[in-house]
Design a protein around this ligand. Structure first.
Ligand code: TRP
Length: 335
């Protein structure tokens, strides 16, 4: 039997943060190293245009995210690593899938529903500020996934619904046009799927509460010191499970280290001390990668070369698939 395929993408609309690392990049790279899977990783730059109309930001972020994955040990010879916009078959497949997607399904997407709800709460028109990219974003994501017949999609919890939608759309397409697509499933790492940010909410660029992944040591320390805590004094027992400091600790620590920190919380560790230990743990795990990152960022031509090689590899598959799909839907030469 051929190996299972793992595929994931990161939207290029910001600087990678600890939440991206823990929730997506780290598990994906680990899976690719195990050799048990065939891995596809890509920069979702088309997706970034839904939220960011700042060209410099989109461009810069693409470079930062590519450098991040490579610095963290992604081996482009062992995986297929590419940029979404280098694969013209993806937007083409998006259209074929769009015509197989019920509008009602898209009405139920959390990201869209959330935006409508915010508008209603603020007394705005329901559609205020919502572009069609946001509305149909799950279809573009479905094309990313179905294009390469991926089985497993490592994602954060907020993306599970999108993977399920990709599955629905695939099923509908297969039912109507014949079996072309593998049905994908989301994989969520229960231990570390969602990291809390500085304010205790989910770490997310949309909340502005992130800790960027490759800050210099001083800046990293500064950010960790900004994590919100309560007013309990040193010596007073603290609740680890409601603490962002502890949650981030847990995402980087071994089980033994986590148990030890839990005990320190029970024994009333001072917030300052807990943060100092957290800084040391995170810093020690990221220091080497940070150095590789700095080197790569100085050499965009090298990164571009790696992406072009990835696109070439990916397109041997996407061209083959799109040819079959065109055929299946009736878009083919007349004779
Ligand atoms: N929408 C995902 C996010 O915001 C990124 C993404 C785009 C993705 N296409 C994908 C993730 C395909 C997994 C598979 O995090």
């Amino acid at each position: 039997m051929s190996k299972q395929r793992v595929l994931t993408g990161i939207t290029t609309s910001g600087t990678p943060h600890l939440g991206n690392y823990v929730g997506a990049i780290r598990p994906a790279i680990e899976a690719s190293r195990s050799g048990d899977f065939e891995s596809f990783f890509f920069l979702a730059d088309y997706h970034s245009l839904i939220k960011s109309q700042d060209p410099e930001m989109v461009h810069r972020s693409t470079m930062e995210i590519a450098a991040t994955w490579l610095a963290l040990g992604l081996d482009p010879d062992k995986v297929t690593f590419y940029r979404q916009s280098d694969i013209p078959e993806i937007p083409e497949l998006t259209w074929f899938l769009t015509c197989m997607t019920a509008k009602g399904l898209m009405n139920r997407a959390h990201a869209y529903k959330g935006a409508v709800q915010t508008n209603e709460e603020q007394g705005e028109d329901a559609d205020h500020g919502i572009n069609m990219g946001l509305f149909s974003y799950p279809i573009l994501m479905a094309a990313d996934i179905l294009m390469f017949n991926a089985h497993k999609i490592p994602v954060g919890r907020d993306q599970i619904q999108h993977v399920e939608m990709a599955r629905d759309v695939a099923q509908r397409f297969n039912h109507h046009y014949g079996e072309h697509f593998v049905l994908p499933a989301a994989v969520v790492d229960d231990k570390v799927a969602v990291l809390q940010g500085l304010d205790g909410r989910k770490m997310s660029k949309s909340y502005g509460n992130t800790i960027p992944l490759f800050l210099g040591e001083k800046q990293l320390k500064k950010h960790i010191n900004k994590i919100k805590t309560n007013l309990l004094e040193p010596g007073e027992p603290k609740d680890p499970d409601s603490s962002a400091v502890f949650q981030i600790w847990k995402a980087f620590a071994t089980e033994t280290q986590t148990a030890a920190m839990r005990e320190q919380f029970a024994n009333g560790i001072a917030w300052g001390e807990a943060k100092k230990q957290l800084f040391e743990l995170v810093n020690s795990q990221l220091a080497d990668a940070r150095e590789r990152y700095e080197t790569l960022i100085q050499d965009p031509a090298e990164i571009e070369k790696i992406l072009q090689q990835g696109a070439e590899k990916a397109r041997t598959e996407s061209q083959e698939l799109i040819a079959k799909v065109r055929q299946a839907v009736g878009i083919r030469p007349l004779v």
